[in-house]
Design a protein around this ligand. Sequence first.
Ligand SMILES: Cc1cc2nc3c(=O)[nH]c(=O)nc-3n(C[C@H](O)[C@H](O)[C@H](O)COP(=O)(O)O)c2cc1C
Length: 192
Amino acid sequence: MTKIAIVYHSGYGHTAVIADAVAAGAKAAGAQVHLARLESASQDFTPALEAVSGADAVIFGAPTYMGDVSAPLRAFFEASSKIWMGQGWKDKLAAGFTNGLTFGGNKDHTLTSMWVLAMQHGMLWTGPGVPLGNMNGNTSAAPEAANRIGSALGVIAQSDNAAPDVTPPAGDREFARLLGERVAKLAAKLAG
Ligand SMILES: Cc1cc2nc3c(=O)[nH]c(=O)nc-3n(C[C@H](O)[C@H](O)[C@H](O)COP(=O)(O)O)c2cc1C
């Protein structure tokens, strides 16, 4: 069974909804999932680092704060530098998701930060491989459309300031589920 580590931060619970949907998709596709939720930039990252080291694939997740990954995930990235020196995560599969209040919100930049980190480690990045929402017969911004915002690099979700059980909407949760499913299937292929 392939192992997937989902390393993410969620300050107010909205990104955690996306993380749970990614995990559900990966589990349904046969992977063993380790959800590592980061709480602060000054925490001990050892358990989360070890979770990635023991996994076939990693999926990074963070809300977009000030146009980039939130501070706990950035601190986790820096904490991975010793592993980077030995290229200990080389050839693992990697993917990412983010979430923000606005539709644009510079969320592509957040995914780019995750992608660069993965490339520094010599990992193999995959996007969700989900057609744009409006190619699925939906209006692209319809809340029930997977990939309603239109992202190829990773999952982008949008949450209003309502409670996390209301937002992000169903389309974003489905988009996240599809990312988890894709990473699990690709990880199994790579494992041979
Ligand atoms: C400090 C801070 C900065 C933020 N910056 C952005 C931003 O650049 N773009 C955006 O779309 N949303 C931004 N937001 C909104 C959050 O991304 C949004 O509320 C998200 O749902 C929070 O996710 P969480 O509940 O997992 O923390 C910001 C929120 C905070 C607290």
